[in-house]
Each structure stands twice: as C-alpha cells, then as structure tokens.
Design a protein around this ligand. Structure first.
Ligand code: ADP
Ligand code: GN1
Ligand code: MG
Length: 354
C-alpha cells in the first residue's frame, strides 16, 4: 500500500460520526497488516478516543464485504455478551459509522478507512510474558469459539480465499522459490529444505471429518485486549479474517505465537523454545470454555493444528522474505527471515514434544 500522511488521517476521521472534533493522532505500529492510528477528540472539555484504521486493500480486496462480516459478527457477539451479563461495549469491538451511516469510508485515492471505539483501560501484548496471561488468552479464545458456535457460518464472506489452505500456501511457496524475485533463495537453502521435506503437512486436513466453524483465523495473543485493572483477557480484536475455518487452526495460531519463550521475530534462536507448560495451560483454559462445542475429533487434532499452522506460518514468512518483503510490515532487513526461523525452531520442538 502507498504511504499516506497525517493529513490523510485527519481528513478520513472527519467523515465519521464522532463525539467531538479530532484533536490528535498517534500511530500504533504493532499490527503486521493495517495502518492503525489512535484518534483523540474533544468536545466541551471531554476527551474521547477512537481507533482509525486504513484497511490494507492490497491484501483485503473486498473491504465492503469484510466490514459487513465485522458488523454482523460484532452485533451477534454483543447480544450474547449482554445475555451473559457482560459489557458489550468492552468485550467486543464497536464499529463507528460514517456520517452517511456506512461502516467504511473510501477516499478519493481509493484508501479504505474504518473506525472503532477505543476500548479504554486495556493493554495489548506483543509477546508472551507471564504464563497466567497466556492462560487468559486461552480462556478468551475458547469463549470466542463458544459464543460463535451457533453463528450461521455460510453467511460470512471469505475476506481472503484459501487463507488457511496450507496446500495452496505450499504451492505459492514453491512458485516463489522458482521465480526467486528478490534473488534470496540461495541464502536460505537450509530453511527451504526444512519446509519442502515436510510437505506432507500441506495435505494434513484433506478429507478431514472436522466441521467448518466460524473462526477468528488470526488468534494470537497480540489480538487480545486485557483489562488493565483486573489483568483479565477482555476482548478479541482484529476481526478481518473471521471466516469459516477449522478450530484447530485458531488453537494452533495461539500456540505458535504464545507457547514460545521468545517473540515471533526474535533474531537469536538460542532464546526460542516451545514451552510445553504454556501449551498445556492454554489447552486446559481453551477447552474449559470451548470444549462443549467441539467434537472428539477436533479435540484429538488440537496438537496437530499447532504443528500445521506453525508450518504454514513458516511458509508464509519465508515466502515473503523470498518475495522481497512485500506482504508483512517490516521494520528492519531480515525480519521476515527471523520470523520464519522462529517458526521452524518451534515446529522442530513441537514435533518432538506434542
Ligand atoms: P492489524 O490488523 O494490523 O494487526 P489490529 O486490528 O490488530 O491491526 O490493531 C492494531 C493494534 O491497535 C492492536 O494491537 C491494539 O493495540 C490496538 N487496538 C486495535 N483496536 C483497538 C480498540 N478497539 N481499542 C483499543 N486498542 C485497539
Ligand atoms: C498477520 O495483522 P496481524 O499482525 O494480526 C496475518 C496473520 C499472521 C500474523 C503473523 C491478514 O496478522 O495471518 O498469522 O500476521 N494477517 C493476515 O503474526 O495475513
Ligand atoms: Mg492484529
């Protein structure tokens, strides 16, 4: 996506139905995909905050459909949360409409913007720190799965087709090696062989008996907001990829990100290990919430899901490194390669331990 300036953020925010006038903008660079800014407004001395995002339309080709999914799913979740005695304003996202009543604003350059209420007094973690925190993320993703277990999956748009189709990802990876657009394939032969030797993963879910459900598809710790005062997991965010899929992939995504002793992009591999205790903690908390909704086969496949998604994520990070870093936001050279290497290290250890 072409870069935009602060003036573009200001003009975009003006199109939304906000309480007060926007007075300040702060970048939040933690996500790998969209551009996120915190907008502060003021009215009669009262300060409010909002999240403004420029949707990455290189990746999400149908932003209107994506927002339709989010409006419907958050509406559904709000009813469930309310019925359960929870706080629908804090426990799921609240979409702010434009002054014309739409969930999306498209500017003259074709940039697509959306806004959410900023959920105050929350913290978001970019890497696993305390075991209890990771356990909390197991609770919230399990609850998320449980709450959506009767959502009509067929009504959701596919925001990225074949998103977690590992076979399709593998074929794309092979094409990138073949085309070698950034001339980097020679530098990472060992990593390439590690992944091509394990191509069986790509077929692992073929003919699976597991049901397609509404899943998050990006279920990592950094997509959870924690309540600052209680320390409890409060809200699952980043709903762009909510689509029909397999529960084991959400479980696996959470594990590959959080049951690790290091960050996803740690350059020093001696620091990166799969932590079996964290795995077991998450497994227990996730099942305590989602267990009733899952089939025996799904529960049996959870550890396989962890390996599969870690494999797929290694393909995606290494593929992006080979492509010249065109998909994920990067802040330094070699970051995608470091990300791929952590996934490879974790997968090696998972293969031995679960
Ligand atoms: P990306 O798709 O790029 O990962 P996210 O939707 O995950 O973007 O948002 C990026 C960051 O913005 C989150 O990690 C979190 O810190 C913050 N954030 C997003 N939505 C909210 C919200 N409604 N309230 C408070 N913080 C939020
Ligand atoms: C991206 O947007 P973010 O950072 O939550 C990616 C996920 C990857 C993840 C790796 C739409 O998620 O699929 O698992 O990075 N999102 C998309 O951390 O590709
Ligand atoms: Mg995110």
């Amino acid at each position: 996506m072409k870069k935009v300036g602060s003036q573009d953020y200001c003009s975009a925010a003006e199109h939304f139905d906000l309480a007060g006038k926007p007075v300040s903008f702060h970048y939040n660079n933690s996500g790998h995909i969209n551009d996120t800014v915190i907008v502060q407004t003021e009215e009669g001395g009262k300060i409010r905050r909002y999240i403004l995002q420029r949707i990455n339309t290189d990746i999400f080709l149908k932003p209107d459909e994506l927002m339709e999914n989010i409006v419907h799913v958050t509406g559904f979740l709000k009813e469930k949360i309310l019925a359960d005695g929870g706080d629908p304003k804090r426990e799921t996202l609240t979409v702010i409409m434009t002054k014309d009543g739409a969930p999306l604003y498209r500017d003259a350059q074709g940039n697509c913007w959306r806004m959410y209420e900023f959920i105050e007094d929350t913290v978001c973690y970019d890497k696993p720190d305390l075991p209890e925190r990771f356990g909390q993320s197991g609770y919230i993703f399990g609850k998320f799965q449980q709450m959506l277990s009767d959502y009509p999956a067929g009504t959701l748009h596919k925001t990225i087709p074949d998103f977690h189709n590992t076979g399709v990802r593998y074929q794309a990876f092979l094409r990138t090696i073949e085309e070698n657009p950034a001339g980097r394939a020679g530098l990472v032969q060992e990593e390439i062989h590690f992944l091509t030797d394990r191509h069986d993963y790509a077929e692992m879910l073929k003919g699976t008996a597991m049901p397609l459900r509404v899943v998050h598809n990006d279920a990592k710790l950094s997509n959870v907001l924690f309540d600052r005062s209680t320390g409890k997991a409060l809200c699952v965010i980043d709903l762009d990829t909510i689509m029909p899929g397999y529960t084991v992939m959400d479980f696996g995504d959470a594990i590959r990100f959080g049951a690790s002793t290091a960050s996803e992009d740690e350059p020093d591999l001696t620091k990166v290990h799969f932590d079996r205790h964290l795995y077991e903690l998450f497994h227990r908390k996730f099942l305590a919430e989602a267990g009733d909704a899952l089939t025996e086969e799904e529960v049996r496949m959870l550890p396989e899901g962890a390996k599969l998604i870690t494999y797929e994520q290694a393909l995606r990070f290494l593929g992006d490194y080979l492509a010249g870093d065109v998909y994920y936001h990067t802040e330094r050279p070699g970051q995608n390669l470091d990300r791929a290497r952590t996934q490879i290290r974790l997968l090696e250890e998972m293969e031995r331990e679960i």
